[in-house]
Design a protein around this ligand. Sequence first.
Ligand code: PMP
Length: 398
Amino acid sequence: MSNQELTTRWQGALMNNYGTPRLPLVRGEGVRVWDAEDRQYLDFVGGIATNALGHAHPAIVEAVGRQIASLGHISNFFMAEPTVALAERLLQLFGRDGRVFFCNSGAEANEAAFKIGRLTGRTHMVATEGGFHGRTMGALALTGQPAKQDPFRPLPPDVTHVPYGDAQALAAAVTEETALVIIEPVQGENGVVVPPPGYLKAARAITAATGALLVLDEVQTGTGRTGTWFAYQAHEGVLPDVVTLAKQLGGGLPLGATVAFGRAAELLRPGHHGTTFGGNPVACAAGLAVLDTIENEGLLENVKRQSERLRDGIEGLGHGLIDYVRGAGLLLGIVLTEPLAAQVQQAAQEAGFLVNAPAPDVVRLMPPLNLRDAEADALLSALPGILDAASGDGLSGA
Ligand code: PMP
């Protein structure tokens, strides 16, 4: 099977919702993946951060195999121990009493948060410009990216978008009628945008003053990606009412969660919401394996170490195409001095590295949390050549 053959079959059978994918992949191990022609790549995209532990991690393989061999899917009329255990484990990591709703994706986790907001009896919601919360209609209404929203208007109404990171604009938009404010601790899809210090704390104070719920969308930042279990835990004085999770929570399996605290945890009542596969024991067993492995292998520490290694290494290259590196933990954006991110992505792939380009001038890195020194160093050594190739050689630095 050639890469071209698989691409042609893809074009004949799949809806073209993302544009033609660049590369057919057939297997993976750790941070490595192989294409249909057996060419190897180092995967610094990690399934857009779903791949907490890399590909085919033995702990995931074992947990999924064990669970599906004993009890696979059951309906929500019944319950299974891994589902309960994962909810308990998450609440323990939050260090607070609360309630968990399990679903299958980030959009669904935010859809549940949207409904929780409506159940307060208020309808107005505040979200951020450039924010991304998913493609279902409620989540899309909260998303702040007009190009993704415009084909689907009218969306659920009464959402105000404010500039991200601007506490004054937030304070001006939130009223006594506001049900919820939803914020990503770092805007991932918008190009790894980090808010100024104190922003989340201000958001907490503003929402507390008017009785609005503070929802943190940690779909991309949660479960260890930024070096703490949840990104907000690195910010003092921030206790959200709702946190949404997905992506790497399931270690590659479809798993989302809406975690609510205090009064927000009491709003969903029987009949209000549900989804057939939510809390599926196999996905939850994978989730438990992810959390256990992060803890047992000290991966939060590894995230911090590799983050510094990559940041310092990339900025230290002194390449003319690199402005600076931003982000948190292993959610990093290389900000370029020119809008050549798509070219960098292509040149990286040709050199055997998978990265992506969420903005014209930002290259995003989201490797597995168990990235090793040698793998980070491999990217650092290859990067000058990749950047030269992307800029047509014109900009190589010192
Ligand atoms: N929220 C954030 C912050 C995300 O980054 C994403 C996915 N990129 C989503 C929600 C939607 O998640 P999903 O694709 O699993 O629906």
